[in-house]
Design a protein. Sequence first.
Lengths: 454, 463
Amino acid sequence: MVNMNEIINELLVKSKKFGFDEAEVMIKDDKNFETTVYKGEIDNYSISENFGLSFRGIKNNIMGYSYTEKLDENSVEMLLENAMNNLKNIDSKDQEFLFGNEENLEYVKINQYNEKLNEVSNERKIEILKKMEKTAFEYDKRVKSINYCLFENGETSHRIKNTLGLDLYEKSNLSFCFLNVGVEENGEMQSAHSIFVGNDINFLNEKELAYEAADKAIKLIGAETIESDNYPVIIENKTFASLLQAFSPIFSAEQVQKGTSLLKDKINCKIAASNISIIDNPHMKGKIASASFDAEGVPTKYKEVIKNGVLTTYLHNMKTAYIGNVKPTGNATRGSYKSSIGISPSNFYVENGNVTKDDMISEIEKGLLIVSLEGLHAGLNSVSGDFSLSAKGFLIENGKIIRPVNQITVSGNFLELLKNVKTVGNDLDFTMPSGSSLVGSPSLRVDKLTVSGN
Amino acid sequence: MIKRNIINNVLDAAMSRGGDFAEIFIEDRFNTAISLSSGDIEKSLSGRDFGVGIRIFKGLKSIYVYTNNVEEENLIKLAKEAALGLKKEDVNKKIELMKIEVKNNHIIRKYPASVLSSEKIELMKRAYNKANQYDELIKQVKVNYMDYDKKIMIVNSEGLNKTDRRTRSRIFVTSIAEKDGEMQTGSDSIGAHKGFELYDGEVVDDVAIEASRVAKAMILADKCPSGKMDVVIDNGFGGVIFHEACGHGLEATSVAKGNSVFAGKLGEKVASEIVTAIDDGTLKNEWGSSNIDDEGNPTTKNILIENGILKNYMVDKFNGRRMEMRATGSSRRQSYKYAPTSRMTNTYIANGKSTKEEIIKNTENGLFARKMGGGSVNPMTGEFNFSVMEGYIIKNGKIERPVRGASLIGKGSEVLNRIDMVGNNFKFGQGMCGSISGSIPVNVGQPTIRVKDITVGGVKEAK
């Protein structure tokens, strides 16, 4: 067996001889279990363990990266050599940094590991799925197919050690449950899903997940398009969260400094309605993007990115903070051990207002409630802020939901949308996690969005 | 890659609980990714992926495990753990592996490892300069270069024992045009199952110029209006419409459990009779090609729709069991971290009879989608959406003016029936397709086609 400590130390010691001024090793270990049930039987079952080692070293303020998933007698040399070759390729003059073990460093303690999750037997997980699937089928005779009934749990740990004295370790575990239900009436298909994310499965209620997905899909039966026009629109909590997530790169200082963010030169400017505050909170209990340090080892911190409509900060890593002459905000991330340092939000959400969704609906004479947006990876331009997205929802007339709507697109500009938010709901909820971010929002009412249908 | 006797022992362990099929997939891959922004190389990454995936079937149950700890003890431990999913008594079954040589149809002339990174960088800077000098409206250019060289080995309990090597190269250029504080992007790429010989000649210049041409056209464009229109979709990457709207619904992944609008419709008319659609993983050195698929079957030319009639699906071994259909050499995965499943390779609408000029001339009012962006589909309902990167309004059979920000939505089955003109200028475009077995290289393709009555979502405010 390979002794990991020896490899790390060998890499760090040899890095100096190899010509690096300073160097860092990051090790990631993941374990995962996943199973799906189809018509009462297990149909997929998967176990995995994954290891990755990333090396990076600085010479003359430039950083070189390398990684491997295989450790053998050549690995140390290969990693050092690849990193040095990569470093020589770089001609960007931006100064790069490793984070040192500074005095009086304070890391907020975050416990993201629940021992009890490991005690849940695979039999129990399969039972949950069988019950969830059965409940969904029994909910309504129009439930015709379930193409995902999935349970997944995993744990991940990572360690960062560098020549500046930093040596950090963090581990977390998580479970994930996903149900996708298809319903049919008179040849018309509709589908909807429900999810559970968390590391305490006592909060997982398989029956409610089944009801939720089936109910959402059934409510869409009979959906038709509507007349093209401008409508007042309520965007439901998780749906707005998914839009905010898709536009989250505009908050990255890297995009700003490259001139490809709409928020360039907007610090201390009013960019949203006064009732909008957006928080980046890496210390939320039980939320998956919580962590005590970021990918560079910098302590994470709570911040109001937009306060009452005013942009107060971008999200930074060490490099962008140095260029912007501010302190790093603890938002450095790495997609994986294969990638270099980037920037992304942690638990990132629009703060709750105090109006219920029902009250918002009752105030609309003629408008739309949008419950899903598709094509977020393609139908929006995060450089211009323009979006044109396929949507589903419900027509509202005289304060009441009249019928489901599909085959429409809603379009607009993200910054315009933020400025035009009239009412903020009190039902903050989070969308599916993406990378190391978790994005949330309450339902929001906007006075005018362009809807294209008939 | 791993010693033969170890492989045999692992297969035995995987079959030890009464599985009826077991497979080991081993992958060793070297990656390079370099990115350039504003003329400077900003990122240069390289590394090695290595791991093993073990798959076991019993009837309609599939078990998958993967690891990159490939010591014999650990592999056997994992194989046994996987087999535990079956809960059966121990059985002993000896497997004889036959080494089958895979004929290589995709000759590589310049393996990435034999090319200095300085040459790769020189290529990127050449693309940058071309794109940047295209017009003064171009304010930023990004160039992404990637190559990989991977060796895989597949053995299974039926005695199959094959190795294959896949080398892929791609360069991607994004140009940003700026005017009056507004920004618009244009992009273009080229990729193939090739080494550095992909860039012989001046092909990279064409990619760079195309990216800037689109960005410039779109910064000068009006906002696209909304409504139902006849849409002319140009050749090449326009094929993404078939990929999203229909291709995913023809994958056994959706069809096997009846979660596709195309399930149960073999032999039926599903498209207008001028539509013939093909998935062909055998094409020499194409981006989505390989000698064998990721469960060891030779890739095939698979006619999906012929003159409007549904002829076949894309089928993998496991879903083939449920569907009682033969595998079509379509089983693919991003890496050992994914169990393979039926996916597209090089998927296209075949040439028809019209010329592009005729198609535009015959369109009174409509949208010309010269360049498509990405999209997605819900295979259960067939609803798709995708974005138009470069669009033009057609008036009285003539291209009138450029428009930006359009997206197209609809239902796959309906769109197929509304294709009323098919051009004769077939071309491929390259993309990455993400689905349950990861992100894989695929070609999309078509000649210029016309689709009647698509809902166009524009960004122009309604009056």
